[in-house]
Design a protein around this ligand. Structure first.
Ligand SMILES: [Zn+2]
Length: 324
């Protein structure tokens, strides 16, 4: 049995054929080229899906279902993209347009939720009932899955864990508030803080790593500089980890999921990142309780989580199975 999962982002469209062991059989990607209308983008999705099916050596009749994770806010039940600022879409009937363009019904979800669903069924959340993911990238994505149901919120804006305030009147956040976790623990926040530290430390190795141009700084360079013994990078990362640990401790206090998974670009640091967060949380007794239940894990599926999760959205209790 094969299914198709699509990831619609502001930069790329990815369509993949996934088998029932969650292995990707084929994958096709194309540029989203935002600024176009939904019909045009959905037409490209249809072409990518057809190409992925062909590339897998299959016929469309051999595909048993379709799903899509889209950037923006998605009404999963009705398949409507409520708002996606990086595509300049509001109230786009995504499922309807995809049906008109491809002839297939797609399960629809927000992309962070689709990726978390992928981890829940096939990655770091396998075998758990309650699972939470924080995606540490340009921003901070968040998803919560409980008993096989993706928590959407009453108006599809729930689970925005990155926009919980950890510092009152703190750093400005793209959401308009100040002091959000995203403004301290996203990759963008790490880079901002590294640039500030460089400005004060002309001797920092960070200058060399970014080719003496702070505009070229990325999160990995900050971790690399620290590994090489750079004091400025060490301070920046220590502060970063304390912020992240504070946020995680809050979520564990609120939700106590079985597994809290860290995904996104920062998660490329792997298990050492988890070990350090654990250590910071233990030192500061954020948990209060030394027999903490929640296990912290690095996401396992990488960039494929979104398409794998999208392909199997029909297994979530959110899905409208009567349509299939
Ligand atoms: Zn915010």
């Amino acid at each position: 049995m094969f299914r198709v999962g699509v990831d619609l982002g502001g930069t790329n469209i990815v369509a993949a054929v996934v088998d029932d062991s969650y292995h990707i059989v084929s994958k096709i990607s194309s540029r989203t080229r935002p600024g176009r209308d939904a019909e045009s983008i959905c037409g490209d999705i249809g072409a990518d899906v057809a190409a992925a099916v062909r590339s897998a050596g299959l016929t469309p009749q051999e595909i048993s279902g379709f799903g899509i994770g889209s950037c923006g806010m998605v009404n999963a039940a009705e398949g409507v993209l409520i708002r996606a600022s990086n595509l300049d879409f509001t109230q786009v009937p995504l499922r309807q347009i995809l049906y008109e363009k491809t002839g297939y019904w797609f399960q629809c979800e927000n992309d962070a939720n689709a990726a978390a669903w992928g981890e829940y069924i096939a990655g770091a959340g396998r075998g758990t009932n309650s699972f939470m993911e924080l995606t540490l990238g340009t921003g901070i994505g968040g998803s919560l899955i409980v008993n096989g149901m993706i928590y959407e919120g009453a108006g599809y804006e729930g689970g925005e864990f990155g926009h919980t305030v950890i510092v009152q009147d703190g750093e400005p956040c793209p959401c308009g508030r100040r002091g959000c976790l995203e403004a301290y623990a996203s990759a963008s926040a790490l880079i901002r803080d590294a640039r500030r530290a460089m400005a004060l430390r002309p001797d920092s190795r960070l200058w060399k790593l970014c080719g003496r141009d702070p505009a070229h700084m990325d999160a990995k360079m900050v971790f690399d500089a620290r590994s090489a013994g750079d004091a400025a990078a060490e301070e920046v990362i220590q502060r970063y980890l304390v912020s992240l640990g504070t946020g995680i401790a809050n979520f564990i206090r609120m939700l106590q999921p079985e597994v809290l998974c860290i995904g996104g670009g920062i998660s490329n640091q792997g298990q050492p990142l988890i070990d350090e967060i654990e250590q910071i949380m233990a030192e500061r007794e954020f948990n209060g309780n030394r027999d903490r239940i929640t296990i912290l894990r690095i996401a396992e599926l990488g960039e494929d989580a979104g398409v794998i999760g999208a392909a199997f959205l029909h297994r979530s209790r959110n899905s409208n199975v009567s349509r299939f």
